[in-house]
Design a protein around this ligand. Structure first.
Ligand SMILES: Cc1ncc(COP(=O)(O)O)c(C=O)c1O
Length: 401
């Protein structure tokens, strides 16, 4: 229903489905129900102690009680430059960095800075639910390129080329992916970078899961694989996933100087500097070593194997092995349309509601990520809960007639 009270632009935004599922599960839990929630995309570990201590010291420093430069503390910007060279081999300078309130603000500001009304953004699906909303708010149009479990959720250059028009401004590239855990090989990254460069298309690449890759998979950065695209690339990143810092709200954009200057102007009017205590914590994180993330990764890898094995044992469910991040993205198409406890769910959204009702397990339906017929389950949670939760789903779905 249209409204005159709310602007059309903002009225068109829907609630974040992942946060909504998480909230529903938490409310049921608070009411005493034994709900297991696979909704939240955040590590279940606390932030490492040395990072928390750096924040405590910063809170006592009077200079941090004041405004600081809108684009970020100079020492943090330099540390991001050094960390980027260390971790992905990408050489940039401090005036190519903008520190933001989490990766989410980096996403919004990047699209706001690059897109004009009617510009098209090619977005491989399944996609993280925030991207199309941020693109629409900037006046852009999402052109969805569908991938599925048969390709391990990887888009090809041919598919991207088929989606290109005269209005294509940019490609959104995410590897490792939320929600699928897909990781593109260095050769695939290079091929996509070369395609974008040859067509004069910008690349916005979200590298927030760069450290969470498993088995033989390797992370590679598109402007490193294809240096000729660097002047038309914006890299998005942040400390949330790598250092278990979702609540601290620090992310960043890296891009050409003119883009970063323009985005900094925007941020100076929107939010000014990121909280200084959080920036000090992020500084400790990115200048420290990667021991903490290596420890978390071991736990995630173990849980990844458990969840994929258990999901694939459920009749009608099929889950390719995710190579990165901390999500499994099974197809549940084989269960849809069948009868379970007197109901016949036709969509993954209806099936997710049935599972929450009957098995008290919360999963995010694929509709939230642009593809119907799937679930996203985060496995950044206790091993015992994974086994119990997927066990309950399996028991319920095995009743399907
Ligand atoms: C792919 C991706 N990018 C960016 C973010 C933003 O993270 P934050 O705003 O917490 O830094 C998330 C969080 O879920 C994500 O999954």
């Amino acid at each position: 229903m249209p409204t005159t009270r709310i602007s059309a632009r903002v009225f068109a935004i829907s609630e974040s489905a992942t946060l909504a599922v998480d909230a529903k599960a938490k409310a049921l839990k608070a009411a005493g129900r034994p709900v297991i929630g696979f909704g939240a995309g955040e590590p279940d570990f606390p932030t490492p102690g040395y990072i928390v201590e750096a924040a405590q010291r910063a809170a006592a420093e009077p200079r941090f009680h004041k405004y600081t430069p809108a684009g970020g503390l100079p020492e943090l910007k330099q540390a991001i430059v050094d960390k980027t060279l260390r971790d992905s081999g990408y050489q940039v300078s401090a005036d190519q960095v903008l520190v933001t309130n989490g990766g989410k603000q980096a996403v919004y500001q990047t699209f706001a800075t690059l897109l004009d009304e009617g510009d098209e953004a090619i977005v491989p699906a399944p996609y993280w639910t925030t991207y199309p909303e941020a693109i629409a708010l900037a006046g852009g149009k999402t052109v969805q390129v569908d991938t599925d479990e048969t390709s391990g959720y990887l888009a090809t250059v041919d598919q991207l080329e088929a989606a290109r028009t005269d209005r294509t401004k940019l490609l959104l590239f995410v590897s490792p992916s939320n929600p699928t855990g897909a990781v593109y090989s260095p050769e695939q990254v290079k091929a996509i970078g070369e395609w974008a460069a040859s067509r004069g298309i910008w690349v916005v690449t979200d590298e927030i899961y760069e450290h969470l890759v498993y088995g033989d998979a390797t992370f590679s950065s598109i402007p490193v694989q294809t240096p000729q695209i660097a002047d038309q690339t914006v890299v998005l990143n942040g400390v949330a996933k790598t250092y278990a810092m979702t609540g601290w709200r620090v992310g960043w954009m890296i891009g050409p100087k003119d883009v970063i200057k323009a985005a900094t102007n925007l941020q100076s009017h929107a939010t000014s500097n990121v909280a200084n205590v959080s920036q000090a914590a992020a500084l400790a994180a990115v200048t420290g070593d990667l021991t903490a993330v290596e420890e978390m990764k071991k736990a995630f890898d173990r849980r990844r194997k458990t969840i994929v094995r258990m999901l694939n044992e459920i009749p009608g469910v099929s889950c390719p092995e995710p190579q990165g991040a901390f999500y499994a993205y099974p197809s549940v198409k084989g269960v849809l349309g069948r009868e379970i406890r007197g109901q016949r769910p036709q969509t993954s959204s209806e099936l997710a509601s049935l599972i929450l009702e009957q098995a008290e397990v919360a999963v995010v339906p694929g509709e939230a990520f642009g593809t119907q017929g799937y679930f996203r389950l985060s496995y950044a949670m206790a091993d015992a809960d994974i086994e119990e939760g997927v066990g309950r789903i399996g028991k319920l779905l095995s009743e399907a007639k």
